[in-house]
Design a protein around this ligand. Structure first.
Ligand code: S3P
Length: 176
């Protein structure tokens, strides 16, 4: 197993691929992304944390003080400059931007869409203070989830509906 993982890591590094996790809020991008990066021994980066670092304020404050468009501008800048041979967890709205979608579909990325059922997503996010959750009621959030699904689909090399890092690693291995 360890040998196989080292082999996969070398393949990823050798091809300068970036593993990018996409999906709606609450789909497990950060958790699975961190686990993946640990097991594959690749650097991990979250676009949201990087935006917070670059702006010096929290995502909630950016939405509140500057608005969503401002946030999306920073988010795009971060995405377009992510390091190769790493694991990236993105914000749920990253696919709303055309330029981001073109970038995600580039051949140096392996894009994994975490496609969870709405009931699971809602349970995970409904009492959080994410700006979109605060601003929208459950029905509007469901509409947003439904509207974004084809956009995630458009960018995805792998669609995964679970939460097992071992299964994900098998799927990544199968596309090399
Ligand atoms: C957003 C998702 C958030 C964050 C911001 C906007 C969205 O990231 O980028 O609050 O529009 O879906 P998570 O998906 O990590 O919660």
């Amino acid at each position: 197993m360890i040998k196989e993982i080292a082999f996969l890591t070398n393949k990823i590094k050798g091809s300068h691929k970036t593993i990018i996790l996409i999906g709606f809020m609450g789909s497990g991008k950060s958790t699975l992304g961190k686990e993946l990066s640990n097991i594959l021994a690749l650097p991990f980066c979250e676009t949201d944390s990087q935006v917070e670092k670059n702006t010096g304020i929290s995502i909630s404050q950016i939405f509140e003080l500057k608005g969503e468009d401002y946030f999306r501008g920073y988010e795009r800048e971060v995405l377009l400059s992510i390091p190769k041979s790493s694991v990236i967890s993105t914000g749920g709205g990253i696919v709303e931007d055309y330029e981001n979608r073109q970038f995600l579909k580039g051949i140096t990325n392996i894009v994994i869409w975490l496609d969870l059922d709405w009931e699971v997503i809602l349970r995970r996010i409904e009492y959080t203070d994410r700006p979109k959750v605060v601003a929208l009621n459950p029905q509007k959030l469901h509409e947003l989830w439904f509207k974004r699904r084809p956009l995630y689909q458009e960018c995805a090399d792998i669609t995964y509906r679970g939460n097992s890092v071992a299964e994900l690693i098998d799927l990544i291995g199968s596309i090399f």
